[in-house]
Design a protein around this ligand. Structure first.
Ligand code: MG
Length: 380
């Protein structure tokens, strides 16, 4: 029986993780859950999975929950609550499914305890990839990707040698604006941007998919996960999202991982690896799908993707600046304060303004994140 800590339990990855856990009651149990503020869904999850501890980021919501469920389980609050869960709970697998920079601190705690990290929070590797990969080795922790592209690459690399990899090809759906012109992007609405063709996800990652920043973050994430040189990562647009990514080898052979889009598959694999267990998955029927198509990404139109490649090259705290300014800009867009094309503008300005530190220590990363948020917050 493996005990699981799941941070971010009411988001789409969190909900899907609990679906997987429910299918294997004799293999997995839930030790702790965390949410930002959705205590209604958390209450249902507490009833179903009986965690010993939960963390609610929003302090008022935590009080509300306390008054409703009494001593059913211990309730922690704020970012310290997440850290405490990761640092003190008794568990085997840490599922990091929270959104954004907030995922970093608790993930570091889990790594220091040598746990298996099933990582959906890509920002952790984007902002602190160098440190995270170093700590993983030092503490003999295990990092298994949950992001569908990275799970695909991970699966394609099983039994292969890194030196025999020619390149990694990450697939991207292209999001809702694949067929709009750069000019048309100036006037798209929040509703347009939230209307993702293939995946139902939270609002932050859905906007990131519309700007293609999501793919940019994933390229940086892949760089840190798979230990290959920076020029080996390519993005190809594949609107059907059936091929989740590919690995090309030096002899020209290409391995791909395919399935209908369903996050339960990579989540389950991250929990059960190296085993594969049966699942009630949707069958992939090629005669129904008929066509798998591919396009080159348009770096001129999707400026965020270009910016992400740039910061991967520069390194240091540049990815942290990119991530923090992107989080700020996406929130502004979702609140109706800026137009869609202001997102890459705010990121570029932040990258120009904030100083880059090579090989940052953890304090410098937190400082850089704070400084960037302050600066980006003033732009519009
Ligand atoms: Mg992905």
């Amino acid at each position: 029986m493996k005990k699981i800590v799941l941070l971010g339990s009411t988001g789409s990855i969190g909900v899907n993780t609990l679906e997987v856990v429910k299918n294997f009651p004799d293999k997995f149990s839930i030790e702790a859950l965390s949410v930002n503020s959705n205590i209604e869904l958390l209450k249902e999850q507490i009833n179903l999975f009986s965690p010993k501890i939960v963390a609610v980021n929003d302090i008022l919501k935590a009080d509300e929950l306390r008054s409703q469920i009494g001593n059913t389980c211990k309730i922690l609050t704020g970012e310290d609550g997440l850290k405490e869960i990761a640092a003190t709970c008794d568990y085997d697998i840490f599922v990091g499914a929270m959104v954004g920079f907030a995922g970093l601190a608790p993930t570091l705690e889990a790594i220091k305890r040598g746990k298996r990290i099933a990582l959906a929070n890509k920002e952790t590797l984007v902002v602190a990839g160098e440190m995270v990969t170093h700590l993983i080795k030092e503490h003999n922790a295990e990092l298994i990707p949950v992001d569908s592209e990275h799970s695909a690459i991970f699966q394609c690399l099983i039994g292969e040698k890194t030196k025999e990899v020619e390149k990694i090809i990450l697939t991207a759906s292209g999001g809702p604006f694949l067929h709009r012109s750069k000019d048309e992007l100036k006037t798209v609405t929040i509703e347009d941007a939230l209307n993702h063709p293939n995946w139902k996800m939270g609002s932050k990652i859905t906007i990131d998919s519309a700007t293609m920043m999501n793919k940019g973050l994933e390229v940086i994430e892949a760089y840190w996960l798979f230990g290959l040189s920076k020029n080996k990562f390519e993005v190809v647009i594949h609107p059907q999202s059936i091929i989740h990514s590919m690995v090309e080898f030096v002899d020209g052979s290409i391995k791909a991982q395919l399935s209908m889009p369903d996050m339960k598959l990579p989540i389950q694999f991250a929990l059960t690896y190296p085993e594969r267990l049966p699942a009630n998955h949707v069958q992939t029927k090629f005669h129904v799908i008929k066509n798998l198509t591919f396009f080159e990404p348009d770096f001129y139109k999707f400026e965020c993707l270009k910016l992400a490649y740039d910061v991967l090259e520069v390194g240091g705290t540049a990815p942290c600046i990119l991530n923090a300014s992107n989080e700020v800009a996406v929130e502004k867009f979702l609140n109706g304060k800026i137009g869609f094309t202001k997102i890459p503008y705010i990121i570029s300005k932040s990258l120009e303004k904030i100083e880059n530190h090579k090989h940052p220590a953890i304090d410098q990363i937190f400082e850089c994140d704070k400084e960037t948020r302050l600066f980006a917050g003033q732009l519009s």
